[in-house]
Ligand binder design. Sequence first.
Ligand SMILES: [Zn+2]
Length: 213
Amino acid sequence: MRTSTRRHLHALQLAQACVELGARVRTVHHITRLPRRELIRLFYPDSQSIPRGRPPDSPEWYHTANVLFRADASLVGVLYRRLRHANLPSGSSLIAAYRHYRHLRAPEPRISFDRAFDLAAHLEGIWITSIRSFSVAVCPQCHSEHLTAIGGPRSQSVGCPWCKIIHRYRTDPRVQTSFPTLPLVDPRHIVLGIDLLIAQPPGGGADIPDDPA
Ligand SMILES: [Zn+2]
């Protein structure tokens, strides 16, 4: 198969994955470099179903978003960057990171695929901009990775979203709903060491063969 044909097929596969994740035509076009007309013809046959509206603008949005959105944006950004550091191409990294994020934050992920695209673009200075507006910082308090702005007067205005979430957890029902705790296992139903030994039949367990000597 010719290289150009292989590239085109790969771009179509990427486009299909983006569309399934709810991407608008503009986003798919930047990720795959496929012409918008071709994308509309192949993936948006119903003109009414094409996602419309103003595309996200994350550098401005991040500073006004509430802490739950900033935490989710950090999750997407950190997952994306880890895959990029593993040398996965940008489009594949975004799709894999977003799928992982969506799984983690099911059933209601706060960040759309278009927002994730915009965050990744401004994190790396690609697709729609050559300027990096975000980087990933490690919080000195909780040691979690989170998005932080590069330069500008607002760069220090928002801190680590995870610290804020931990701080608010006891008093904010929205935070509790967004990060539910897992129920603890009832220890009465766990067979522990001595109980297990007592439960063994006389002469030892069937799994351990007798010593031939
Ligand atoms: Zn923190």
